[in-house]
Design a protein around this ligand. Structure first.
Ligand SMILES: Cc1ncc(COP(=O)(O)O)c(C=O)c1O
Length: 447
């Protein structure tokens, strides 16, 4: 349906929208009616550039024919196949392809439904692995402040965003500890990795000393924290986390739901920062975001340990989902893998990074901007506080939407993540429209 004859549904009351200010939205809806390439169109017929690849999940652009065709063909031959004690060829083919890109020997692939379920699965695999080794006392997990790992109980517990936890604190996982985040006051207007702050990794050592490293199953971090505004790890930080984990027998999990599949300029942030974790979680770009899929890649030795601990014929891991690696998601992911290869996507991103980062930093003269940072094709723009936390971010998001650029704002941070298929003219358009939107927001403040 084209935007011209689109009608707002009679009632907006029944749909309780996720992570949305429902009252504000329903008073002034922002409905998207079409999406093609790097552009989306709203119900008023306005075309906007997509400045955050949807929710960081559509980096190959909207309406990709190859993916649509792959899904359609799959639905016509095998629309569903139960994933427990049965399988079909595609999921194995995809696991082989994914394992060609994962670092080290993270070659064993478990499918989930989304990023949250990938994180929860990684938590369970960590416990199952230690138990299989006869080490069942490790029950603690270490996360980090300002982390976002998803919204089920496991992922919320290891996450570090206070608003996501407050209401639900009574049902959070026990035994979870948090390191401090790595975004320091001196990290102002830095593109790339900050030189200072590696010592924040010592928080993990301190936790080991205070709670017993031998009680900790795993430490989970986003190599670059995405949803809280592109917090880039200081130089040496991730390497030090790896060392501390090794010293205490703790598994290191990189949550690469956003950073995975090219956003940092390498297939995974792990390769970009040259640190190999024991597990990687991924989702989003795996299917170009158009059908749900999550993935956990884990080390061969971990898989072997869990397999060897069970008698032949028994289920080795009591875990899985109705939608683990279902044909429609696998078909999309296989088509995505083809596009990565044919269009040399990771190198393409690498080639665009400095252009994007320069554009982003060019906004620093705008008076209402407090800070800008970025890595790869991702950046965060912090807005100065406007009476209460979150107001500046939301008002600015709305002003930018009016100016013709759409993105995700978290609190007072605008998160910009252009598509991997972007050309320089698209980056220019995003930056120009950000300048217009943020400046308009600033003018409104003064009036
Ligand atoms: C790093 C990270 N992990 C996990 C998730 C949760 O993914 P999902 O929303 O697919 O459950 C997200 C979502 O943004 C994420 O950014």
């Amino acid at each position: 349906m084209s935007s011209e004859n689109f009608k707002i549904p009679n009632s907006l009351n029944e749909h309780w929208m996720p992570f949305t200010s429902n009252k504000d939205f329903k008073a002034n809806p922002r409905l998207i009616t079409e999406a093609k390439g790097v552009y989306i169109k709203n119900h008023k017929g306005k075309t906007m550039i997509d400045g955050s690849s949807g929710l960081f999940c559509n980096p190959l652009g909207h309406g990709r024919k190859e993916i649509i065709e792959a899904i359609t063909k799959q639905l016509e031959t095998l629309d569903y196949c139960q994933p427990f004690q049965q399988g079909y060829g595609g999921s194995f083919e995809l696991a082989t392809k994914i394992s060609r890109h994962t670092p080290g020997d993270l070659n064993r692939i478990f499918y989930t439904i989304c990023g949250s379920t990938a994180v929860e699965t990684a938590i369970k695999i960590a416990i199952a692995y230690h138990r299989a080794k006869g080490d069942s006392k490790r029950f603690r997990f270490v996360g980090r402040e300002r982390a976002y790992h998803g919204m089920n109980i496991g992922a919320t517990s290891v996450g570090g965003m206070i608003n996501n936890v407050k209401t639900f604190s009574s049902v959070m996982m026990p035994g979870v500890l948090h390191m401090r985040h790595t975004h320091l006051p001196e990290h102002k207007f830095i593109s790339g990795q900050p030189e200072t702050g590696a010592e924040m990794a010592e928080d993990l050592e301190r936790i080991c000393q205070n709670f017993g490293g031998e009680n900790i199953a795993a430490c989970i971090v986003e190599p670059v924290a995405g949803s809280t505004g592109c917090l880039v790890p200081p130089k040496g930080y991730l390497k030090r986390l790896r060392e501390i984990c090794d010293n205490h027998g703790i598994l290191l999990i990189f949550d690469e739901v956003i950073t995975g599949w090219g956003r940092m300029g390498s297939a995974f942030a792990s390769q970009e920062f040259d640190v190999t974790p024991d597990m990687i979680t991924m989702a989003k770009a795996t299917t170009n975001g158009i059908v749900p899929m999550g993935v956990v890649a884990c080390k061969e030795e971990m898989y072997d340990t869990v397999m060897d601990a069970s008698p032949t014929g028994a289920v080795e891991l009591f875990h899985g989902y109705t939608y683990s690696g279902i044909p429609i998601s696998v078909a999309a992911a296989l088509a995505v893998q083809d596009i990565f290869e044919k269009e040399d996507i990771f190198n393409r991103v690498k080639g665009m990074v400095s252009y994007f980062q320069k554009g982003l930093m060019s906004l620093q003269d705008i008076d209402v901007i407090d800070n800008i940072r970025g890595y790869g094709l991702m950046g965060g723009i912090d807005m100065k506080l406007n009476t209460k936390p979150g107001k500046a971010g939301f008002e600015c998001f709305k002003a930018c939407y009016e100016a013709g650029v759409n993105f995700k704002a978290t609190g007072d941070c605008l998160i910009i993540a252009p598509m991997f298929i972007s050309e320089e003219k698209h980056i220019d358009e995003i930056i120009d429209k950000l300048r217009t939107g943020i400046t308009n927001y600033s003018k409104n403040l003064k009036n």
